[in-house]
Design a protein around this ligand. Sequence first.
Ligand SMILES: Cc1cc2nc3c(=O)[nH]c(=O)nc-3n(C[C@H](O)[C@H](O)[C@H](O)COP(=O)(O)OP(=O)(O)OC[C@H]3O[C@@H](n4cnc5c(N)ncnc54)[C@H](O)[C@@H]3O)c2cc1C
Length: 352
Amino acid sequence: MSENKFDFIIVGLGLAGSVLSRMLIDSGFKVLVFDKFNPGSSSQVAAGLVNPVTGRRVVKSWMADTLLPFANDFYRKIETESGKQFYHSMDVLEVVHSIKDLNEWTVRSADESMKKYFMREAPEELYNDKISEFKKLICINSSAWMNIPEFIELCRLKLTETSSIIEEEFDFSLMKINNNEIEYRSLKSKKIIFCDGYQTLKNELWKNLPFVPAKGEILTIKCPDLPEEFILLSGIFLIPVGQNKFRTGSTYEWNFQNELPSENGKSKLLNQVSDLLKVPFEIIDHRAGIRPTVKDRRPLIGQHPEHKNVFLFNGMGTKGVQLVPYFADHFTKVLSGKENLMDEVNLNRFTN
Ligand SMILES: Cc1cc2nc3c(=O)[nH]c(=O)nc-3n(C[C@H](O)[C@H](O)[C@H](O)COP(=O)(O)OP(=O)(O)OC[C@H]3O[C@@H](n4cnc5c(N)ncnc54)[C@H](O)[C@@H]3O)c2cc1C
């Protein structure tokens, strides 16, 4: 294949584009990635929490039994290969404040399908004088947090070594979609895949898809008296990221004016952290990003309804860390003709 010809152009090196490009290259495809680095992109801002149990209703998160071990194995493989650690297995402690919630947790955690995520007693004494009064701490295992920017940086470096990345904005107006080929300036590619997160909203090709992007804000606090062995959940999360620092958040906003951190977001989070912590802390960082969330909260993957060589790998919403490896692997197999795309994530559920 000549220098300017590719099997795939990928637009976007967030978490989605990083994992997918890696898997396509490992499967023998020639890939070129375009990425305009944005420190406010969802992947750069995200907390990176992986949790098999979702929300107040105490339900197993979608496909957790399949997605979590797959994600764990994939990220560990990259860690071994690179000698860098970015995926941190860490139990979550859910802070239960009311008898009603405690009943809910007790019933749900005894459920046969959930039991394996509740194998450990929480060391409550660690937190007795550190956080506001609680009825119980429930320990959830198989959880983790990931330093997503570190992982993406590893992918970026690897792509740079093989001249497989162009670090500039992909300009849609310069793209020509022919029957069997995509042309972009002097470059030619058999196919193109958009992994451009919520910015895909600017892309005319996908304007009919029901993205409902959600702005999220997040703080980093310094709190020397809080134990660093567990992730705390109490409406907000507190993730220990080392050196007495904790990432905490996050807010959800669907009608936002811009991508920037706001005073309103900061004070909401500050109130929640102040309600939870009985030990002193200071805010050392405040960020905002836009999650690529979808109406039915499932990924949006697949082929454009009219242009057969144009694809989307997006819609990873609030749980990219656990969703992306499994679905990047599945999509790689789909693109290699080895599997059929799962109906539940196929974007044709909205275009047919
Ligand atoms: C506050 C917050 C907290 C979160 N917490 C968690 C969490 O705890 N756990 C979890 O799993 N997920 C979390 N998420 C969600 C997670 O960030 C996403 O699921 C995931 O990172 C989305 O990755 P992506 O690659 O699809 O999109 P993005 O991260 O948006 O990446 C898209 C990339 O494409 C680039 N790009 C876009 N358009 C172009 C173009 N035309 N040309 C060149 N480059 C382009 C962008 O600059 C960016 O680099 C959180 C998100 C936010 C905002």
